[in-house]
Ligand binder design. Sequence first.
Ligand code: XMP
Length: 351
Amino acid sequence: KMLKDAFIDTEIQRIRTIVGPVGQVVGAVSGGVDSTVAAKLMHEAIGDRYATYVCYCEHCGADTLICCHPATSFHAILVDNGVMRLNECASVKKMLGDKMGINIEVVDASALFLGRLAGVTDPERKRKIIGNTFIEVFEAEAAKIDKKTGGGKIEYLLQGTLYPDVIESISFKGPSATIKTHHNVGGLLEDMKLKLIEPLRELFKDEVRALGTLLGLDDELVWRHPFPGPGIAIRVLGEVTPSQVEIARLADHIYIEEIKRAGYYRQISQAYAALLPVKAVGVMGDARTYEQVIALRAVETKDFMTADVFASAEWFLTLKKISSRIINEVKGVNRVVYDISSKPPATIEWE
Ligand code: XMP
């Protein structure tokens, strides 16, 4: 614990030294543990200090005043890409903004993302569209914040990069080695000339979780399953339409709710529901139905590079209950299947 306390103090000092007395930092947050722990560290370092730059003053309304009220130098941005989990943006804003006091801006770009995804079925194209649109939206928002804080003051970009991400980006070089394009905001560097601050780049996931606990983050946040940047778009197989996203989102919500209720959430490393691009025949009362299929995935893994299907006799009984809840509550679904593949040869996500 002493070592971890020392890590926090050293990191906070290091951030303050790098950013200096007037520097400003932007950072994308997703509600995941990595970006939240990184944001919390940044907030502790520079989140609430007396700003001395020339800016638009929110208190007195004047345009070029030297502000002397406590102001934040950290600006967290949450981009709503339209393919996030149910109520995700509101709950992240509540947790990071209201509870943790982080200065967070939510940008609703869902229509833009969903518009660009219309008609696209190829998984790699989905990832690229979402990655590029994300950078575009983030940049525009960062530029707005920059203008608001006097212009040219934002010099740094906070990223929640972990040690395995660093290793992976070194070892997976060249398109032939790319299994899936994992998007991150590294591209911003070139365009915005921002300097990176990565306080977690020497840590593994379990260390980040321990750090999160030490920083006072709620257990629910610290132990959250990972969620991919391209979100539900790679869990709606085939074309991503708003109504397909709604089906996958609701099924996923029910699935995770029941997993938590049954006490399995911490044992499972990652679980989610995917919507398959097929229709199946079923029966409801006296009538034949012809509707869609949900696939449930739950894996156990240490490093997400390999993974085993989560399985036990008791778990199977929980799955049966979840299946009937999804079929009863999610309109358009009449069948639920469980994915029993390991990684490799399968991957954790279907796309
Ligand atoms: P796969 O499907 O490659 O997933 O076995 C391994 C882990 O990575 C997550 N994942 C992503 N995370 N952007 C992310 O931030 C992405 O594009 C992405 N694709 C997969 C996946 O959820 C799992 O935890």
